[in-house]
Design a binder for this molecule. Structure first.
Ligand code: ADP
Length: 498
């Protein structure tokens, strides 16, 4: 990878990660907001449930007084609570406010001077209540509270009334729970006594976004400092549905952007690879063409030399070299032409019966091997094995495989060829003891312009040889595959119809 592409790759990765990070941060913020909204709604519902329960308690405390009266021989006992609020002012500023609840007990019959047990008429009852108001002297029970925290007189009066309600109908966890359950809220309620007077409800929002818990504290008897704490565990998945549209849009936009970036980067990479391939193709083409052209140049100068041409043997050699060089050029151009065909059916074939043993011998004899390598070709193909093929194409196939076996090997090369006949096909195996092919390269080596990672820099080539071989094999209706292990060698197998 060149420097610019490396930089682009790093920038792309940083851009994707930063974008994802920002998206996660933004989504988290959105989730926190939705969670707080959800908790606010839930807290409101809880407060409504407590209000409803207080209302029920208030009603039942009224009924309970009537019931108590009845229990205490009905008309005879009158229980009268009186409330008083004492406010002290220093100049014009209020300094203290004290709430007092006094409870008086009277016997109606005693007040009216009647025999105990005499049934009372409505008028007698009203008269007894009237007399009570003028006889409030000795209280049976007295409660005094500091009500300075109340925001106004109304709140202080409401708080004294709550004390009365609590005395007649105490706040019960089960009572509130049944109302919460009816409203679909699962919560844990605990009743406690606060050290100081609590006047206002308090909502404690989640501390952890992953495991959120909402806690609502409601004073149900402010003057006595009695509070109910309702705690709800929130399932984050209950909050997510409210965000599904945001989530979907974010996911779609993120995917689109990431796909865009990845595509852009892979296109740049592809273009750069193509550029490299083009350069390597041009330099290899120049290199490949140079050889036959310089041979031709030499031959032409030989032909121009009359003295040399007088020698029949030399003349014959020069002409044969000229023919070889021209054959090489022509083979090279056919290879280039064939490789550009997209459809194997376009390749012209002159099918005939070809003897594989004899053809390999021809290839081995004609191939020029590097002087610094010792090459042994073991032709173990049975002399009778034949394939139906275009001889020149099959020659090129074998030539490419043998040249590759030599090119991608050490100093001492051993190539073994075997063949077998199998259900109407001739199967040809070319083994070598060369470098072998890595598993990463193995699946790509038949692609055009693909060069093995290890060999690309060391050996000349365009990555067209095996693509060309495969194309020609397929044009014959055959198959080619390879078996290789790195460091040990490779075996190319060609199956051709007979
Ligand atoms: P080129 O030889 O120009 O690179 P080829 O298409 O002939 O192109 O081969 C593609 C790749 O397959 C080579 O670059 C090399 O890595 C690998 N290869 C081909 N034949 C052999 C072989 N006999 N042994 C090891 N590697 C091979």
């Amino acid at each position: 990878m060149d420097k610019r592409i490396k930089a682009l790759y790093t920038i792309t990765i940083i851009a994707i990660l930063s974008f994802l990070g920002m998206q996660v941060y933004w989504l988290y913020g959105r989730y926190e907001f939705s969670l707080t909204e959800y908790e606010r709604d839930l807290a409101e519902q809880i407060v409504e449930c407590v209000d409803e329960y207080n209302h029920i308690r208030e009603k039942s405390s009224d009924q309970r007084s009537d019931y108590l009266k009845k229990q205490n021989q009905s008309d005879d006992v009158l229980t009268v609570p009186t409330f008083s609020l004492r406010q002290e002012y220093g100049d014009t500023v209020k300094t203290t406010r004290t709430a007092k609840i006094l409870t008086y007990l009277f016997s109606a019959h005693e007040l009216l001077g009647l025999e105990p047990g005499t049934p009372l008429t409505k008028e007698q009852k009203d008269k007894a209540m009237e007399l009570v108001q003028t006889n409030l002297t000795t209280a049976a029970d007295s409660l005094v509270f500091d009500a300075s925290g109340a925001k106004d007189e109304k709140e202080a009066w409401a708080a004294t009334s709550n004390v009365q309600i609590e005395r007649k109908c105490p706040f019960r966890v089960e009572g509130l729970d049944s109302i919460l359950t009816k409203a679909g809220i699962t919560a844990l309620t605990t009743l406690t006594n606060a050290d100081s007077t609590v006047w206002n409800s308090m909502v404690d929002y989640h501390k952890s976004a992953l495991n959120p818990t909402l806690s609502v504290t409601i004073p149900y008897s402010q003057l006595e400092g009695r509070i109910a704490t309702i705690t709800c565990e929130i399932n984050p998945f209950e909050v997510l549905p409210g965000m599904w549209l945001t989530l979907m849009i974010t996911l779609a936009v993120s995917t689109l952007l990431i796909v865009c970036l990845v595509l852009q980067f892979s296109t740049v990479l592809k273009l750069s690879r193509l550029d490299k391939m083009r350069n390597s193709f041009i330099s290899t083409m120049i290199h490949e063409l140079k050889r036959p052209i310089s041979t031709l140049k030499m031959c032409v100068s030989g032909l121009d030399n009359e003295r040399m041409m007088e020698d029949a043997a030399v003349k014959h050699e020069v002409l044969s070299e000229t023919r070889n060089a021209l054959d090489n050029l022509s083979a090279y151009f056919s290879k280039l032409r064939d490789i550009t065909f997209n459809n194997v059916e376009q390749i012209p074939l002159n099918i005939q019966s070809v003897n594989l043993h004899e053809l390999l011998d021809t290839v081995a004899a004609a191939t020029v091997f590097p002087a610094d390598k010792s090459v042994i070709i073991k032709n173990n193909i049975s002399p009778e094995v034949e394939a139906s093929a275009d001889r020149s194409h099959l020659y090129n196939i074998l030539n490419n495989l043998v040249e590759n076996a030599v090119k991608y090997s050490g100093k001492s090369v051993e190539i073994t060829a075997t063949a077998s006949e199998n259900s109407g096909n001739a199967e040809l195996h070319i083994w070598d003891n060369g470098n072998g092919i890595s598993s990463g390269d193995l699946k790509h080596i038949f692609k055009r312009f693909y060069r093995g990672k290890a060999s690309a820099g060391e050996q000349p080539g365009m990555g067209l040889g095996l693509a060309y071989v495969k194309l020609l094999v397929e044009a014959h209706g055959g198959e080619i595959y390879v078996d290789s292990s790195e460091g040990k060698g490779s075996c190319f197998t060609i199956r051709l119809p007979q």
